[in-house]
Design a protein around this ligand. Structure first.
Ligand code: E4P
Length: 218
């Protein structure tokens, strides 16, 4: 399972990159607004910091022509740009047009397996079902993700599934058990994935015993 970090904060991206487990980044207008920097500056900083990993940047226009125009502008910002396109009639049309121009797309705001089916048919490179927001309205986000994985496997679609809107470590575990291609995870949740009290207790004991045994290696 590839790990993307769902943030626009450069410090968080650098940390996950330096841990050696970063496969890509997803942003959206809300995440960019949280950086405290002009959006373009924040986006360029990310693109330059991880030049070989995909970085999703979202269009703001909602009409076909506007989305295509904005996507072309965003694509100029770096070879690793992936254009996030909202799941709408116009968005799906734009995905097809951008594919013809070799511009990569990530269909966002996907909440059902039928929407995901359409995204794959349009030739999107990525599709982002929003697990947490599905849970928020009383439905089963992981269940819908499972449906999407199953449907895609039946037809060998090439679109990669990004499990998005992940809220906690159990979401990540369920994604991994289902074999999803990618999970885009908030930085705080990635930090939590490292943690286990028995690791801390075990390390403390080993260090105490190392002292007792007078172990010095260098
Ligand atoms: C994904 O690409 C989105 O940026 C993100 O996962 C949305 O998550 P949220 O529901 O926590 O805002």
């Amino acid at each position: 399972m590839k790990i993307f970090v769902d943030t626009a904060k450069i410090e968080e991206i650098k940390k996950v990159r330096d841990w050696g487990i970063l496969d890509g980044v997803t942003t959206n207008p809300s995440l960019l607004s949280q950086t405290g920097k002009p959006w373009k500056e924040a986006a360029l900083e990310i693109l330059k910091e991880i030049p070989n990993k995909p970085v999703s940047l979202e269009v703001i226009a909602t009409d076909f022509e506007g989305m295509v125009k904005e996507a072309k502008e965003l694509a100029k910002m770096g070879d690793n740009v992936v254009i996030k396109i909202p799941f709408t009639y116009e968005g799906i049309k734009a995905v097809k047009a951008l594919k013809a121009e070799n511009i990569k797309t990530n269909v966002t705001l996907v909440f059902s397996s039928l929407q995901a089916l359409i995204a794959a048919k349009s030739g999107a490179d990525y599709v982002s079902p929003f697990i947490g927001r599905i849970d928020d309205i009383g439905y089963d986000g992981i269940g819908i993700l499972e449906e999407i994985i199953h449907i895609y496997s039946l037809y060998n679609f090439e679109t990669e599934i990004i499990a998005a809107s992940i809220r906690h470590i159990d979401h990540v575990k369920q994604c991994a058990l289902l074999g999803v291609d990618i999970a885009t995870i908030p930085f705080k949740v990635i930090e939590q994935m490292f943690k286990h009290p028995l690791t801390d207790i075990g390390l403390k004991r080993f260090l105490e015993d190392a002292k007792k045994a007078d172990i010095t290696i260098i």
